[in-house]
Design a binder for this molecule. Structure first.
Ligand code: PLP
Length: 393
């Protein structure tokens, strides 16, 4: 952009750092035959019965706006789904808002809650959108470290010691992108008690809830004292392989939903109706499809963790989501160098961990939302790459 024109861009947007992985992925896009372990979306096509619901809605001529809150049938389906899978009950009439992906729900939650200078605590490494979304609301991020020796679970003691005056929100993402970290119920209960003690509002992004591989997922909103101080965020992108449909939702006490709704009605108005119809089908009748996909991810998790460790890259078993997050320190390369060299020499794309904030440096994110066969080839190539490196040193 010419400097002349750049003067029109708002200061807080100029200050926003460029995504650390954009250049890298532009390079990936220009190369042929790359096996990408870089992408955070399911390799499955949306199950047929869900696609069919969208087609049927289109055939019936459903091409109009919906209520700003979303179709009431969908909000009823969300209410039953969340009650069945998360153990929390929300009223479809005024405690649920349908959004354009969890991305919009997160943005709305922060825009509705944060006054300039309010502090938002969140565990890191974290999803790439968290820093910029907090920054765009003029909030201040307060990092809570998570570490590989804990399999990147959330330690209540670290939450407590990260707290400082001015903290208003605790933003959680369990299971976690990029680490696959989960946190056992007992620890979550302790964190919940701390949130009550410090009067924190919790924004809980549980988009990977169904992709939990050990035990059952515990929703923050279901813990004692939490329903009335939690904005629960969830959506269809990951578990139902519906990223392109762009459906997310927020569940919270009516006053908070009303605040988010104010922003939503003037910006997005409503989520696309065809996608809402498809989401209804997914939530009402999609459990079997989710189970089938989760079983496949679970099998891939075993193989990628075993193969990465065998190649000399120390890797914990992720408790959820579809990401392995190995350390690349043994390679003698930084995470950026590792990702770049692996791409150039073996045509395998992984994401440098430093793109995910504090504590991500020295790690790379390898998505196993890719076919089992491609995963095996990628692991063979990583092994060869590591062998070559060890011969050089
Ligand atoms: N939250 C987390 C932790 C994610 O990993 C993602 C997508 O990668 C999102 C939110 C956004 O998802 P959606 O497609 O629902 O906007």
């Amino acid at each position: 952009m010419e400097p002349e024109v750049k003067r029109f861009v708002a200061d807080h947007v100029v200050e926003l750092p460029k995504s650390g992985i954009r250049d890298f992925f532009e390079l990936v896009a220009k190369m042929d035959d790359v096996i990408s372990l870089g992408i955070g979306e399911p390799d499955f096509v949306t199950p047929w019965h869900i696609r069919e619901a969208a087609i049927y809605a289109l055939e019936k001529g459903k091409t109009y706006y919906t209520s700003n809150l979303g179709l009431i049938e969908l909000r009823r389906a969300i209410s039953s789904y969340v009650e069945k899978h998360m153990g929390v009950t929300y009223r479809p009439e005024d405690e649920i808002l349908v959004t354009v992906g969890v991305s919009e729900a997160l943005d709305l939650a922060l825009r509705a809650i944060i006054n300039p200078g309010d502090k938002v605590m969140y565990h890191q490494p974290c999803y790439v959108s968290y820093h910029p979304t907090v920054q765009l609301t003029h909030g201040i991020g307060v990092p809570i470290p998570t570490v590989a020796s804990d399999r990147f679970g959330l330690d209540p003691e670290k939450v407590k010691s990260a707290w400082e005056p001015g903290c208003k929100v605790l933003l959680l993402n369990l299971p976690c992108n990029p680490t696959g970290g989960v946190t056992e119920k007992k620890k979550l209960e302790e964190i919940a008690r701390f949130a009550v003690e410090k009067d924190l509002l919790v924004i809980s992004d549980e988009i990977y809830a169904e992709l939990t591989f050990e035990g059952v997922h515990t929703s923050m909103a279901a813990l004692p004292g939490m329903r009335d101080r939690t904005i629960f965020l969830h959506g269809c992108s990951k578990a139902f392989a519906m990223t392109g449909f762009r459906i997310g939702y927020a569940c919270a006490p009516a006053e908070l939903i009303e605040a988010m709704m104010k922003v939503h009605q003037y910006s997005m108005m409503c989520a696309p109706i065809l996608s809402q119809e498809a989401a209804c089908e997914a939530l009402l009748r999609g459990d079997e499809s989710v189970k089938m996909m989760r079983d496949k991810y679970a099998r891939r998790r075993e193989v990628i963790v075993r193969r990465l460790n065998a190649a000399g890259l120390e890797c914990h078993r992720p408790g959820g989501a579809f990401y392995a997050f190995p350390s690349v320190k043994s390679s003698g390369l930084s995470d950026d160098e590792f990702a770049m060299w692996l791409l150039k020499e073996e045509k395998v794309a992984v994401v440098p961990g430093s793109a995910f904030g504090l504590g991500g440096e020295g790690f790379v994110r390898c998505s196993f939302a890719t076919s089992y066969d491609s995963l095996i080839v990628a692991c063979d190539k990583i092994e060869m790459f590591m062998e070559r490196l060890s011969q050089k040193s």
